[in-house]
Design a protein around this ligand. Structure first.
Ligand SMILES: C[S@@+](CC[C@H](N)C(=O)[O-])C[C@H]1O[C@@H](n2cnc3c(N)ncnc32)[C@H](O)[C@@H]1O
Length: 428
């Protein structure tokens, strides 16, 4: 820990979760920018020392720069920018491709360009250190600027490469003690002399991994779902059983009877799309499994011919289905083998997104209980629960959807904690 308070600027700060990792290292976020007012309120509630700029960064970038220059003599110690990833997320790549083909989405998604105002602010204020965080597909993302079309990584190099050293690296946060697989592209840049020396000697400014699948001399074993949430009171998605009376955040949405039929029959680590016969007189286990294939246009499509009725006895399989409005016929639900899938107790959780409480989303079911993860479990798995943080604004807890979005969009604070603690070691 440093004794002197260092200043940080946090762009796309959301509700200030990543900033908890700065605070833990005595780095104070003094300027923050976020588009959505309810997130900015939560941010300021938890980081009252900051000046919040709420709105579109394109419109606020000049104000941010002049506020910082008029208020502080020294350059900021750190600038952290975590722009939204929807435009480049590999999660929705099939949809993006489809939409592009239908001409719905512009080829250059404007959200991908949000790195530009962040780089412009960095160029003027020249922080000692810069951290960019995004999804790995950012590596392949192109933007259009005044000079033409350019890959984002090349753009950052072109704009900042004269002053800063550093490079992007794809990491899995599970390797840093977060009980979750979450691949992210982290770019750490520095203009600090010791930082430059460190980069020259090591080729990276990222700290070494602290965890791995199997423990080694230098790393501990990955933290698993069992390690972090198996001690919590059980819940289910049935009415009356979905909330822990002693913990208002340990709660899950209710599922209807059809979804419960699919979920209750899904084994740990498996998808409901592959469930087998549950007719006690048959119990045939050889019904064809679900899958997907690439069509002629290169779009991965889920199979539509996966059986919904047992090949032996004809009973309805507990597999997700949709009902045809005209004929009343049931057909296998559109979706991949990651839909309605249970996590495994003895692995890190799957990536938490804003959809982490939707059973149909990828790998979102509890390993054995009939439900998704609770908000409280989300806070634990995203490592937010390790740090002091309050969801109460003006005496009232914010809505569940704000909490869910805050968790799903955040950067695990433990990762930021480890990155900046390493930076402080480098410059010690
Ligand atoms: C990935 S989240 C950031 C997560 C945050 N660092 C944390 O740890 O909680 C990206 C944020 O950028 C915000 N955002 C999107 N477009 C923006 C814009 N034009 N100007 C400012 N903020 C924007 C979103 O509302 C969202 O909260």
């Amino acid at each position: 820990m440093s004794s002197k308070k260092l200043n940080a600027i946090s762009l796309f700060c959301s509700s200030g979760i990543g900033d908890l990792g700065l605070k833990a290292n005595n780095i104070s976020t003094v300027v923050a920018c976020e588009l959505l007012p309810e997130r900015m309120k939560l941010f300021l509630n938890n980081h009252p020392e900051a000046k919040g700029f709420c709105g579109d960064i394109w419109e606020l970038k000049d104000d941010i720069v002049s506020y910082y220059q008029n208020t502080y003599k020294e350059n900021p110690f750190l600038l952290i920018a975590t722009p939204p990833c929807q435009g480049m997320s590999s999660n929705g790549m099939g949809t993006i491709l489809n939409n592009l083909k239908r001409g719905v989405r512009p080829i250059f998604d404007p959200r991908n360009k949000l790195i530009v105002p962040a780089v412009e602010i960095a160029k003027i204020l020249q922080p000692e250190w810069i951290i960019f965080e995004n999804v790995p597909s950012m590596i392949n993302t192109v933007i259009e600027d005044t000079y033409g079309v350019i890959n984002i990584i090349d753009y950052v190099n072109r704009e900042l490469g004269d002053i800063y050293v550093g490079r992007p690296i794809v990491i899995d946060v599970a390797n840093y003690g977060v009980p979750q697989h979450r691949n992210r592209l982290i770019t750490i840049l520095t203009k600090n002399d010791q930082g430059k020396e460190h980069f020259k000697a090591n080729g990276s400014l990222m700290p070494a991994a602290t965890h791995s699948e199997h423990p080694t001399m230098l790393t501990e074993r990955w933290l698993t779902v069992r390690d972090v949430i198996s001690n919590l009171p059980p819940l289910s998605s049935r009415k009356g059983e979905n909330i822990d009376p002693n913990n208002p955040l340990h709660k899950v949405p209710i599922l209807d009877d059809a979804k419960l039929f699919w979920v209750t029959n899904t084994p740990e680590g498996q998808t409901a799309m592959n469930n087998q016969c549950v007719n006690p007189y048959c119990m045939y286990q050889g019904n064809a499994l679900h899958g997907s294939k690439y069509d002629a246009e290169g779009v991965n499509r889920s199979n539509t011919d996966t059986p919904l009725y047992c090949r032996k006895c004809g009973a309805l399989l507990p597999r997700p289905y949709a009902v045809d409005k005209k004929t009343g016929e049931k057909r296998i639900m559109k979706g991949f083998v990651s839909a309605y899938k249970r996590m495994s107790w003895d692995k890190p959780a799957s990536t938490l997104t804003q959809n982490f409480q939707y059973a149909c989303s990828d790998n979102k079911l509890h390993p054995t209980q009939d439900r998704v993860l609770s908000l409280y479990e989300g806070l634990i798995i995203q490592t937010i629960a390790l740090y002091p943080y309050s969801f109460v604004v003006d005496g009232r807890q914010v809505t569940d959807s704000v909490i869910r979005d805050t968790i799903g969009e955040s950067i695990p604070p433990l990762l930021i904690d480890k990155i900046v603690s390493n930076i402080l070691q480098i410059i010690k």
